[in-house]
Design a protein. Structure first.
Length: 377
């Protein structure tokens, strides 16, 4: 964790320097001056409203405003990069040929490069944003190919890719139109190699989360296999019960991000995002070892009878709780479960879709957050 913290501080300094080069201004390499800081805060407030809170702002080309593009580097870029770093780490192999769509200044493409992908192409309608992202990647020692393209008017590439990523962009491309979004996703799936993956990352905002769940529902009905987060292959229990289902990940906050959050009165203790990792249409669902596997889909809830978690797994949706005075050694992981982990549960007492710990219960974490699920090949 200390190493990751040091890497993020170093990366943040690089982003500040890139911000200064882009704006053609001098100044400290690792901090913002007071006037600069205030200007960045105003930009971030506008972007935050547009990204999550104002449907009427969907479809705008934010990065045509050079100030918004530059200031994005100092807050949303490192957040989106860390989101992608965690989500892409759940892919069981290291893809070689990668296409990052609606890349902007390339935070997701950079995450792919950091994870060992060697042939990465970033595409976006804004060439200046792409060039800015290419500069960031290049100064960190990672080569990247950039292509300008507007996906509403340009055709997708004809070649096949091992990984295609699309982050925080579906509603920008097709505002409030799930049919067009799904049709676009189908086109992307057809651009994958037989063992390829399509990664979608969106906000955890309730409305956007529901759209991702609806998209997942439709694609699964059409036989598209899901790599993560779902291990349940049927109708989405969260969608049926109007319950949000999103990822929650720890992240590093360099000093500048802490100060920006303080100024905007943002209390962001963890990264929260909706995501899907889809397999190519001709592939099958991952095969898990024997046993009951569940994704933890909630934080712990304190009930009168003790701690409780919501789970979604191979047998469906369940609640996991304990009424025991002390947790048995084989189930000790229960005390430390995190939202997003994949666990295996054995030997519980089941009643009314609730799993109750017993002395013989075994709870084990089979895939920590940001790690691939265990597959049988």
């Amino acid at each position: 964790m200390k190493r990751q913290k040091a890497e993020m501080e170093e990366l943040m300094q690089g982003l500040i320097q890139e911000w200064r080069r882009f704006n053609k201004i001098g100044g400290p390499k690792d901090v913002l001056q007071t006037r600069e800081f205030r200007g960045v805060v105003e930009s971030l407030k506008k972007m935050r409203q547009a990204f999550d809170r104002s449907p009427e702002l969907l479809g705008r080309n934010y990065f045509s405003d050079r100030k918004l593009l530059a200031d994005y580097l100092l807050y949303f870029w490192p957040l989106h990069y860390q989101e992608a770093l965690s989500i892409l780490s759940e892919i069981p192999t290291t893809p070689k040929k990668v296409l990052d769509l609606c890349s902007g200044p390339c935070p997701i493409a950079f995450a792919a490069l950091k994870l060992g992908c060697t042939n990465v192409t970033a595409m976006d309608q804004n060439l200046e944003a792409l060039q800015l992202g290419a500069n960031i990647c290049g100064r960190q020692g990672y080569p990247i190919t950039i292509r300008k393209a507007n996906f509403l008017t340009h055709k997708l590439p004809t070649e096949k890719f091992d990984l295609i990523t699309l982050g925080h962009a579906l509603d920008e491309l097709f505002p409030n139109n799930l049919e067009k979004q799904e049709a676009f996703i189908q086109k992307l799936l057809n651009c994958l190699t037989p063992d390829g993956y399509l990664v979608l990352i969106e906000s955890s905002h309730r409305e956007k989360n529901r759209k991702v769940l609806q998209l997942r529902e439709s694609l699964v009905e059409q036989g598209i296999p899901v790599q993560a987060p779902c291990v349940w292959q049927g109708k989405c229990p969260a969608l049926e019960s109007n319950f949000p289902c999103f990822a929650q990940r720890e992240y590093e906050k360099p000093y500048v991000i802490k100060e920006l959050q303080r100024a905007m009165q943002i209390n962001l203790g963890s990264l929260k995002m909706s995501y899907l990792i889809l397999r190519a249409p001709q592939a099958s669902w991952p095969k898990l070892p024997n046993g009951d596997y569940y994704r933890v889909v909630s934080p712990p809830f304190e009930k009168p009878e003790g701690k409780q978690f919501y789970l979604c797994g191979t047998p469906g949706k369940r609640k996991l709780n304990s009424r025991l005075p002390s947790i048995p050694k084989a189930a000790r992981a229960f005390e430390y479960l995190k939202r997003g982990e994949l666990i295996c549960v054995e030997g519980t007492l089941e009643s009314s879709n609730s799993l109750h710990l017993r002395e013989e219960t075994r709870v084990s974490v089979e895939a920590a957050c940001g790690k691939p699920i265990p597959e049988v090949f």
